[in-house]
Design a protein around this ligand. Structure first.
Ligand SMILES: [Zn+2]
Length: 61
């Protein structure tokens, strides 16, 4: 079984055990579901893209 370790979500900042990893960054299951179901024109989606960009910039630094 996988370890149940609390991770800090990069989108909402909450500590969760369930979620996905994008590079080394954690996105909780709830935010992942929101992103998947959110329309690209909505603010949440844009917020997520901004978060993603900061991760990518960090990865490339
Ligand atoms: Zn989250």
């Amino acid at each position: 079984m996988t370890e149940q370790e609390n991770r800090s979500c990069i989108v909402c900042g909450n500590e969760e055990t369930q979620g996905i990893f994008i590079f080394d960054s954690f996105v909780c299951q709830r935010c992942e579901q929101e992103i998947v179901t959110t329309d690209a024109s909505e603010d949440k989606y844009r917020f997520f893209i901004r978060q993603m960009r900061s991760i990518w910039l960090k990865q490339n630094a």
